[in-house]
Write a protein that binds this ligand. Structure first.
Ligand code: TRP
Ligand code: SF4
Length: 347
């Protein structure tokens, strides 16, 4: 690994929701795998954030964290090139979260769009909790404790990074003193969102039950493709269609090579090919991407201890960086653990 000190730092996280799907891959993971070549990357599994909505039943959280990790490794995140860890294994995040909670005005949190949306959309759980309101404060701690330069996220998370910048500014304003800046303001790197439809044509999402998992074996992928919706105007085999309004066409655009894309365009519009044939080609393209992932994943599935060791080592590295930031934070607030330092800060 090259010296990380001259690289910009990237941090991002995913909640531990279990097995990942192709939408997670093209929406985030694929980008992370690229970024690890170029940046000093920290990627973590946000198990505490998963708790904000699933606090009543914690039985799946640990298992889900491991599933996420396995999918990361399968997709090509490499422990030699990036740091992978679990949020709850670096308790300093919680300490910083607490300190931030003291300086974050309630109005800032009530205005966060994801807060309002989720309160309205998720009715089956009581999200009127302290922790749920504080979700973005914890996220700010996740980001700032590593002094990240860049945070690759999807559109829906941009407001959280914006709040993070405001909390950094407020903290610096209160406590940085002659340091001028304890927390640099991170920038959101918007992941270019390829529109990835699920099998029902809506956005691929676990909550819609329309996903293709990174772990789906070839026959399952082919079966899911068979049931996928197509251009609704193409009812009979002899009706011409339009790949631009067909979810299978969208898959081709993302995963198929130029030659296949040309065959799809021509054949669909002239009714020269049938949807079954076209879906077969889309399945071929998916299988080609998924196969090497599933191959890489096997090594860790056969020996989960290996994966767990990666997390432990990653968490230890993350904890060192986080610990150094916390020393600085306590110092700047005049609350150093060290007696002499506290005395001089008070002056
Ligand atoms: N809130 C993010 C999501 O739901 C996950 C997350 C938690 C995160 N902490 C983070 C992402 C810090 C980026 C940086 O996707
Ligand atoms: Fe969609 Fe392919 Fe059928 Fe055209 S031929 S409607 S792109 S599945």
């Amino acid at each position: 690994m090259t010296d990380p000190s001259d690289k910009k730092r990237v941090l991002s996280g995913m909640r531990s929701t279990g097995k990942l799907h192709l939408g997670n891959y093209v929406g985030a993971l694929e980008n992370w795998v690229r970024m690890q070549e170029q940046y000093d990357c920290f990627f973590f599994i946000a198990d505490w954030h998963a708790l904000t909505t699933d606090y009543a039943d914690t039985s799946k959280i640990k298992e889900n964290s491991v599933e996420v990790l396995l999918d990361w490794l399968a997709a090509g995140l490499d422990p030699e090139k990036c740091v992978m860890f679990i949020q709850s294994h670096v308790p300093a995040h919680a300490e910083l979260h607490l300190l931030f909670s003291m300086i974050t005005p309630l109005g800032w949190l009530e205005r966060v769009p994801t807060y309002k949306e989720q309160r309205e959309n998720i009715k089956e759980k009581d999200l009127g909790t302290y922790g749920f309101l504080g979700y973005p404060v914890l996220q700010s701690a996740d980001i700032l404790i590593y002094k990240a330069d860049f945070v690759p996220v999807g559109e829906d998370q941009v407001a959280h990074v914006e709040l993070t910048r405001e909390i950094a500014r407020r903290f610096n304003g209160f406590y940085a003193g002659k340091r001028k800046c304890v927390f640099p303001e991170p920038k959101a790197l918007l992941t270019p969102a390829a529109k990835l439809p699920g099998t029902d044509g809506r956005k691929m999402s676990k909550s819609y039950g329309n996903t293709i998992l990174l772990t789906d074996p070839e026959p399952v992928v082919r079966q899911k493709l068979k049931t996928m919706v197509t251009d609704p105007a193409r009812i009979k085999r002899t009706d011409p269609g339009n790949p631009d309004v067909c979810p299978v066409g969208d898959l081709h655009k993302i995963f198929s090579d130029k030659a296949t894309m040309a065959k799809v365009n021509e054949g669909c519009r002239s009714a020269g090919i049938g949807c079954i044939e076209c879906k077969g080609w889309a399945a071929d393209a998916l299988v080609k991407i998924l196969n090497p992932m599933q191959e890489r994943r096997k090594k860790y599935e056969d020996n989960p201890r290996l994966a767990w060791d990666i997390l432990e080592a990653g968490s230890a590295r993350a904890a060192r960086v986080a610990g150094a930031t916390m020393d600085e934070v306590r110092d700047s607030m005049g609350m150093s653990l060290n007696y002499e330092a506290s005395r001089s800060a008070a002056k």
